[in-house]
Structure formats: structure tokens, C-alpha cells
Design a protein around this ligand. Structure first.
Ligand code: TYD
Length: 207
């Protein structure tokens, strides 16, 4: 079972990921993230920091996804594990559609085409949503932010996410990220637990 956590920078999804480690320890999930902990992930972080050109950056994010699937996600799912990823393909569709605007015609279609046929679509995606101004107050001071972390960019990214959630209501669960963090973590942990139970009952523990 593949669960992903998505949302704009400052939406609290990384602290939710941390909280789930404790709350779901008995289910022994594989906790992972994109950009990942491999050398490919490292080059993605370098590309972000150096503000390389948007196509280079986008393709590195896709390369990171390929490495992530090959090294972590596929092997874990093959073992019947629950995989919980902090960011995944929807981050690419939501962010790179914005960074590639005006550079590639129909960036979202291009990005989706790069994934189609080999990526694994998550079983459930928890999308942390909050007003962009609230997200910005949780981020580092303006001078130290990544180039994505600007109001204009994050507004568009969040609108993209909300559009995907409308298009796939059975996959996405929208989380009000202004709620208490502990309350959010308990809700998400319970939802994952229910899915795990339903999956085991149907003999669908493996995917
Ligand atoms: P992340 O490591 O989640 O942020 P943080 O360092 O704040 O924990 O992601 C780094 C940045 O990369 C973040 O601004 C979102 C962006 N990103 C994309 O633009 N596309 C992607 O496909 C992914 C995975 C992340």
C-alpha cells in the first residue's frame, strides 16, 4: 500500500510524516521521501540550491523518482509493506507545471507523460492545505528560502494540487493544515490503519 503526503512548503507535511513514525510504529511502514536520500536526491538538492535551468531541475526530479521507485518503493511494496512517502509524483505535477510555464508547452501534460507507464500511482494521498500566507510564516526568512518558496509560486502550486484533488476525489484526502498538529497526525494515522485493515481482509495486503 502506497501512501503519499503532499502540500506546499510550510504545510506541515514533513512534521506529519515524523509524527506517523511513532503513531504507526507497530505496522512497521517504510518511511521515505522525495527528493530522496540517494546521490540522485543529492543532485536534485544541489540543482535547487544553484537554481539551475528549470528543465534540468525537472528532469532531475524525475530521475530521483525513478531511483526512489527502483530502490525503495517497488521492493517494499513487493514485500507487502506500507510505504509512506513525504512528497511523490504530485509534487512534480504541481510544482514543475509552474516552473516550466513558458518554457515547455503544456508542462503538466509533458510531466505526466514522463511518468505514465512506469510510475506507481499512490493508493491514498493526504494533501495538507492552508492559506499561503500562513504557510509563508512557517518558512525561513525570505532571504534564505528556496526559489519555490514565494507567494506567487506557492499560490499556483496549491491551486494545482486542489485541482488534482477535485479530479481524483477517491485518492485524495484534504487535510486542514491549520488544525492542531497532533489532531491531524491522529486522524491520518487512523485512516492509514483502516486502509491496512481493509487491505488485509480482502487479501490485498500486497500490491
Ligand atoms: P522538500 O525536501 O520536501 O522541502 P524541505 O527541504 O522544505 O523539506 O522539497 C524541496 C523542494 O523541492 C520543495 O520546495 C518542493 C520542491 N519539489 C519540487 O518542486 N518537485 C518535486 O517533484 C519534489 C519532490 C519537490
Amino acid at each position: 500500500m502506497l501512501i503519499t503526503l503532499e502540500g506546499i512548503d510550510g504545510s506541515g507535511k514533513s512534521s506529519l510524516h515524523e509524527a506517523l513514525k511513532e503513531l504507526l510504529a507497530d505496522l512497521d511502514p517504510v518511511f521515505t521521501r522525495e527528493p530522496g536520500a540517494t546521490w540522485v536526491g543529492e543532485s536534485v538538492r544541489r540543482a535547487i540550491a544553484e537554481q539551475t535551468d528549470p528543465v534540468t531541475e525537472a528532469t532531475l526530479f524525475v530521475a530521483d523518482h525513478a531511483a526512489h521507485l527502483a530502490k525503495i518503493v517497488r521492493p517494499a511494496l513487493a514485500e507487502g509493506k506500507i510505504v509512506i512517502s513525504d512528497r511523490y509524483s504530485d509534487s512534480r505535477y504541481a510544482y514543475q507545471s509552474v516552473t516550466l510555464q513558458g518554457i515547455i508547452p503544456e508542462p503538466e501534460r509533458w510531466l505526466r507523460a514522463m511518468h505514465n507507464g512506469w510510475t506507481i500511482v499512490p493508493d491514498r494521498t493526504f494533501l495538507c492545505v492552508l492559506p499561503v500566507d500562513d504557510a509563508l510564516t512557517r518558512l525561513k526568512p525570505a532571504g534564505e528560502r528556496e526559489h519555490f518558496e514565494k507567494r506567487e509560486v506557492l499560490e499556483k502550486v496549491q491551486n494545482n494540487y486542489l485541482e488534482y484533488a477535485r479530479a481524483e476525489p477517491s485518492r485524495f484526502v484534504i487535510i486542514d493544515a491549520l488544525k492542531d498538529r497532533g489532531e491531524i497526525a491522529l486522524f491520518v494515522a487512523e485512516a492509514i490503519r483502516e486502509m491496512a485493515k481493509a487491505g488485509t481482509k480482502k487479501g490485498k495486503g500486497k500490491r
